[in-house]
Every structure is written in C-alpha cells, then in structure tokens.
Design a protein around this ligand. Sequence first.
Ligand code: AMP
Length: 209
Amino acid sequence: MNLVFLGPPGAGKGTLAAKAVDILGIPHISTGNIFRAAIAAGSPLGVKVKSILDSGKLVDDETTIGLVKERLAQADAQKGYILDGFPRTIPQAEALAAFSSVDKVVNFDIPDSGVLERLSGRRVCRSCGHNFHMVYDRPKKENICDYCGGEVYTRDDDREDAVRKRLEVYRAQTAPLIGYYRSKGLLLDVDARPAVEQVVENFRKAVQV
Ligand code: AMP
C-alpha cells in the first residue's frame, strides 16, 4: 500500500508512522528525517538545507522531489511506503503522481493548540529519528533513546518562532493538498487529537487494516 501522511507539524505523523510500519510492514520515509540525517552527517545536501530547516521554511521542490524519487526507487519501497512530510506543495504532489501511484492519503486533523502542546514537549533521537514527548512518552533514561541508545534532543525548529513559521508555511503551501487529494477521492480524515493508542485505532479504521 502506498500511503501519504498529511497534517500540520506536531500532528503526530512521525509517531503514527512508526506504529504503522509494524502494522503494515512497509518503510516509513520522512523527508524531514532524511534532511536532518544529511545535516548531522555534514553532507553537501546537509550544508545546503541546514539554515532552511532552522528557519522553518521549505526546501526547494526540485531538491526534495529528486530525493524522494531516488528513495522510492529502492528495493524496500517496492512493496509500499508511508510518506511522511512529502508532498508538502502542489508541485510536489504532481511530481509524485508522475513517478508513483498513491493509494490513500491520511489527513491527521488537529487544531493549532494541540500542535503547540505537542511540539513544545517533543524530543527526537539524533540517530534513529524516534519521537519522544516529555509528558506523554519520556525516554527511560534521560536524553538516551530507548531503541538505539542515541542522543535525544530538542529539534532547532521546535522553538516557538520556528513553529509559528512552520504553521504559517503549512497553511499557505501544504493545506491546499487536502482539497487536492479529496477531489481525487484519496483522502481519509483521522482525528489526531486523542492519545496515541486512540489515534492508532482511528487510523486502522480509516485505512481498514
Ligand atoms: P518535518 O520533520 O517533516 O517537520 O520537516 C522538517 C523540515 O524539513 C521542514 O520544516 C522543511 O524545512 C524540511 N522539509 C521536510 N519535508 C519537506 C518537503 N516535502 N518539502 C520541502 N521541505 C521539506
């Protein structure tokens, strides 16, 4: 199954994707995680995108589309994928349609108040990208990832000014994808406000898995 996860920053797309990987046995492909890994590795891509991520703006479509096209060509993505954070613009959605066929788009629905609460407590593993939350899902050992032992840190773009910018960018550039995919009959709305277990249930019902 080829799935796209849509929703504002902090809706819980990454957390749900980690659960959906276990349910569906297909890879979780997060463009944000790919960019952060490139930054951590100091690769040319990382050097190019670091200040863009820090500001909360979007990386250009050409770079992002090229990256996803290459990733979807890999062997593990042939049985399906969960795309998290891509597409984020209409041109990205149109490019995706040209090289892959999306089965369902899951729209994680949450008001801004929920987003701010989630992002202010969010912590991320620098090595494997797993998401934690300082109130709902703390790492067992302070600042150490339960899954890979990596360092757990606060993303630079989870600062309040960057969060505000990311929400603005989401509304202007990404939210139009809701109508775009609804008109194609691909959109499934999932209430993302409750605790993770309930959102997993909402997801399973919507996708029928
Ligand atoms: P995320 O982890 O999905 O919140 O993404 C973090 C940051 O990576 C975003 O604020 C953008 O700067 C960049 N990014 C991730 N996905 C995309 C995309 N599809 N298009 C452009 N920029 C992206």
